[in-house]
Design a protein around this ligand. Structure first.
Ligand SMILES: [Zn+2]
Length: 260
C-alpha cells in the first residue's frame, strides 16, 4: 500500500507541476490561467489531451511540437519532474500530517515563483498572497513550529532583513524577494531563515562568479534572486537539521585540530 501512496503523490506532483509552469509563465504577464488553452508558442497549435501528459508527452514527441516540429523547452518537463520529486520527498520525510500540507503548499509556491522569476524577473504578489494565508493559518494552528511564535518571528525577521539588504544593495533584491522572505521565515522559523539566506547568497555568488567567467556577466547583469531563495529554503526545510549537525561537527573537529 505504501508504494501506492508514493506513486499517487508523485503523479499528483507531476500534474500540478505542469500547472505551476503555466502559472509561473502567465501570472507575471497578467494573463489568465485557463485561457487560452496550452498551445505551441511557435505555431499556435492547441495541445490535445494526450499532449498535456506531464513529462511523458515530451519524451514521446522527442521534445518537439507535433504540428510544426519546433523544439519545446526542456524547462517544462524539468519543472514537472522537480515538482513530482519534491512532492515525494515531502511525503517521505513527513508522512501524513498537517505539516505535509504545509510542505506541499511551500514547495508549490517556490516552484511557481522560480518559473516566474526566471521567465519575467517578477515574483507576483498574487502567488505570495494565495499561499501565505493558508501557510500562516497552518503555522498558527495545526502545524506550528516549536515554540509557535518562532514562525512569526522568522517571518518578520526575514522580511526586515531582506528589506535592509535591498536598501544597502540598492536594488540587488527586489520587492518580491522581500515579501517572499517573509513567507520563507514563516515556514522555517528564525534560525532556519538565517541559514537559508546564507545558502541562497552563497549559491547566488557561485553562479554569479561562473556567469562572470563564462558568460561575461557584468555588474549590470540582472540575475533573479528568487530561484536561489527557493533553493536555500527547500534545502533548509528538508535538510536543515542535518546541515546544522554537520556544521557543528566540523567546528568541533576544527577546534580539536587547532587545540590538540
Ligand atoms: Zn508548433
Amino acid at each position: 500500500m505504501e508504494v501506492f501512496w508514493y506513486i499517487y503523490i508523485f503523479v499528483t506532483g507531476l500534474v500540478l507541476g505542469s500547472f505551476y509552469n503555466v502559472a509561473g509563465l502567465r501570472l507575471p504577464k497578467g494573463e489568465s490561467l485557463v485561457h487560452p488553452r496550452s498551445h505551441c508558442p511557435a505555431c499556435g497549435y492547441t495541445l490535445g489531451a494526450w499532449e498535456l501528459i506531464p513529462v511523458v508527452s515530451f519524451v514521446l514527441q522527442r521534445g518537439r511540437c507535433r504540428k510544426c516540429g519546433t523544439s519545446i523547452s526542456p524547462v517544462y518537463p524539468f519543472f514537472e519532474l522537480l515538482s513530482g520529486l519534491l512532492f515525494v520527498l515531502s511525503y517521505h520525510t513527513i508522512g501524513f500530517s498537517w505539516e505535509l500540507l504545509a510542505a506541499l503548499l511551500f514547495v508549490s509556491m517556490l516552484l511557481i515563483i522560480t518559473v516566474s522569476d526566471l521567465s519575467e524577473k517578477i515574483i507576483p504578489d498574487k502567488v505570495l498572497l494565495f499561499f501565505v494565508v493558508p501557510l500562516a493559518l497552518l503555522r498558527l494552528t495545526a502545524a506550528p513550529l516549536d515554540p509557535w511564535w518562532d514562525a512569526f518571528l522568522g517571518g518578520a525577521a526575514g522580511f526586515v532583513l531582506l528589506l535592509l539588504v535591498a536598501v544597502v544593495s540598492k536594488g540587488g533584491v527586489g520587492g518580491g524577494d522581500i515579501k517572499l522572505y517573509g513567507v520563507v521565515g514563516l515556514l522555517l522559523g528564525l534560525s532556519g531563515m538565517f541559514l537559508s539566506l546564507f545558502l541562497a547568497a552563497a549559491a547566488g555568488l557561485v553562479i554569479g562568479l561562473i556567469g562572470m567567467k563564462t558568460k561575461g556577466w557584468g555588474r549590470k547583469t540582472e540575475v533573479p534572486f528568487g530561484p536561489f531563495i527557493a533553493l536555500g529554503a527547500v534545502t533548509v526545510y528538508f535538510a536543515g537539521e542535518t546541515l546544522i549537525e554537520l556544521y557543528a561537527s566540523w567546528i568541533q573537529a576544527l577546534v580539536m585540530f587547532v587545540f590538540l
